[in-house]
Design a protein around this ligand. Structure first.
Ligand code: BV8
Length: 235
């Protein structure tokens, strides 16, 4: 019987809500060079370009809703009697809006801002620019989206690694398995003997490391998996 679950999600879980993924043929990185908008160097070189990129994504998320996969994970969290942690690579707020609470945004959140002058974090719903003022220190010219760019350390890694070491079920949903350290979590879970499951539209780069896979749209395969797990048929 499963007693401790860790779930990792990526952009694919939000695709059916209308949010672009990154590496699908029509994905974000097909349109934008990640080095320009998702690296500290890109931000230093042209902060206005990076603010424009995140302002567009922040505005788009306000127009979409969580889908059945987000809702199924919130149902699992609240119905499952054991330990549960949802780790998302996504910076959108759809998991929270679906009711998830035991949640880590390892790559940050684009409705949060970080001040490079004072280190203060604040909720940020609107446009951000070089003129934006930090609510904590009142200085302007130092605000950035509170997201983790390439070359930056993802958030709460110790808490994530402790959960992976203790889990007996690891489920990866809607991620291509290209970005580390998230792409290595399945192997960390395997080392401690966890059962590993991939729920994704198609086999990810790490598909061979999973004990079980169910390939299809998240709004079908995730509720199906949660139903099986909660009814005892999925162990
Ligand atoms: C770091 C910003 C170290 C936020 C992003 C080995 C070990 C450690 C690091 C590295 C390593 N090798 C290389 C690295 C460096 C790098 C990396 O991994 N590079 C890759 C490209 C090789 N990693 C880093 O830099 C990380 N930092 O390691 O720091 C360190 C150590 C000490 C001190 C300082 C630092 C930081 C990585 C985070 C980068 N930030 N974005 C944002 O703007 O969103 S990356 C970006 O990719 C997003 O965060 C995204 O979440 C993430 C992963 O992408 P996916 O979510 O998987 O999305 P993708 O489009 O790829 O795939 C979608 C999947 O869904 C597909 O499989 C598709 O089939 C499926 N799908 C589509 N539709 C559906 C569906 N599934 C179901 N239903 C559907 N309907």
């Amino acid at each position: 019987m499963t007693s401790s679950i860790v779930i990792l999600t990526g952009a694919g879980i939000s695709a059916e809500s209308g949010i672009s993924t990154f590496r699908d043929p029509d994905g974000i990185w097909a349109k934008v060079d990640y080095r320009e908008v998702a690296t500290p160097e890109g931000f230093a070189a042209n902060p206005a370009r990076v603010h424009q990129f995140y302002n567009w994504r922040r505005k788009n998320v306000r127009t979409v809703e969580p889908n059945a996969a987000h809702v199924a994970l919130a149902r699992l969290e609240h119905a499952f009697p054991g330990d549960f942690l949802l780790v998302t690579q996504n910076v959108d707020s759809l998991h929270e809006r679906a009711g998830s609470q035991r949640l880590i945004h390892m790559h940050g959140q684009h409705d949060q801002a970080l001040c490079n002058a004072c280190g203060g974090r604040s909720a940020w719903e609107d446009e951000m620019s070089l003129e934006s003022r930090c609510p904590a220190c009142e200085q302007t010219g130092h605000m950035r989206p509170d997201v983790v760019w390439f070359g930056e350390m993802p958030y709460q890694m110790e808490r994530i690694q402790a959960a992976l070491a203790a889990c007996d079920l690891f489920v990866s949903i809607g991620t291509s398995g290209n970005v580390y350290p998230a792409a290595g979590f399945v192997r960390e879970a395997q080392v401690t003997g966890a059962r590993t499951v991939e729920l994704n539209l198609e086999p990810s780069a790490g598909a061979a490391h999973f004990d079980e896979t169910d390939h299809g749209p998240a709004t079908r395969v995730v509720p199906d998996f949660v139903e099986r797990l909660l009814s005892g048929r999925g162990r």
